[in-house]
Design a protein around this ligand. Structure first.
Ligand SMILES: CC(C)(COP(=O)(O)OP(=O)(O)OC[C@H]1O[C@@H](n2cnc3c(N)ncnc32)[C@H](O)[C@@H]1OP(=O)(O)O)[C@@H](O)C(=O)NCCC(=O)NCCS
Length: 173
């Protein structure tokens, strides 16, 4: 499996994966992402097929946002999601961004586990964020090198956070 930049030929497979993964379907937004922000639109390729994709963008001078991540159902559980997330956070790092952030449905425990595994911290709940009114959890990961602070414990790893982290999902669900 390789991770590479999205190309227009990948569009139909990306849309298939997107409609398999999400109830909300918005094909135009992906073409917009490609036109405006192609360096943060990545696909996973296995043989001749696209097996997953991730799309992100720079939301501020210090933060990269992951807009969408999905892996084709029969390819899930083999590390593709992890590889895509690693690749996009590397791009954010190259842009010298301090944080990566994303929003995940409260009910989406698989994705939450993946994000926590690679270092995203659940930060706060965005009530009624999704169109069906489900709450979203905002998760963030620090990307810049760690420096020690006097706060002790966990916060040593995430100094100068502009938010108050919730350490465990169990605390907020
Ligand atoms: C979330 C998603 C992208 C994960 O992709 P993936 O390729 O299966 O992820 P990985 O194989 O890299 O799995 C990494 C970790 O995710 C978690 N995970 C993945 N599948 C899981 C499952 N079925 N149950 C529980 N945890 C799971 C585990 O922590 C796993 O680590 P482990 O293998 O060491 O246990 C995929 O399930 C998907 O496309 N879901 C539908 C779309 C979606 O929810 N996108 C995220 C929106 S915020």
């Amino acid at each position: 499996m390789i991770v590479r930049n999205f190309e227009p030929n990948d569009f139909s497979e990306v849309l298939e994966i997107e409609s398999e993964a999400f109830a909300e379907h918005n094909p135009f937004i992906y073409m917009n992402f490609y036109e405006m922000n192609s360096e943060c639109f990545l696909v996973a390729e296995e043989g001749e097929h696209i097996t997953g994709f991730v799309v992100g963008y720079q939301i501020s001078g210090e933060e990269g946002r992951i807009f969408s991540l999905a892996v084709r159902e029969r390819y899930r559980g083999y590390g593709t999601g992890t590889h895509l997330l690693d690749a996009i956070t590397d791009i954010f790092r190259e842009k010298m961004l301090a944080f990566a952030s994303l929003e995940v449905r409260l009910s989406n425990r698989e994705a939450q586990r993946l994000y926590q595994k690679i270092g995203f911290i659940p930060c706060w709940i965005q009530h009624g964020y999704y169109s069906d009114d489900e709450d979203g959890i905002v998760m963030k990961k620090r990307l810049t090198p760690v420096t020690r602070s006097a706060t002790g414990g966990f916060l040593n790893n995430v100094p100068n956070l502009p938010f108050r982290p919730v350490y465990r999902l169990e605390d907020i669900i």
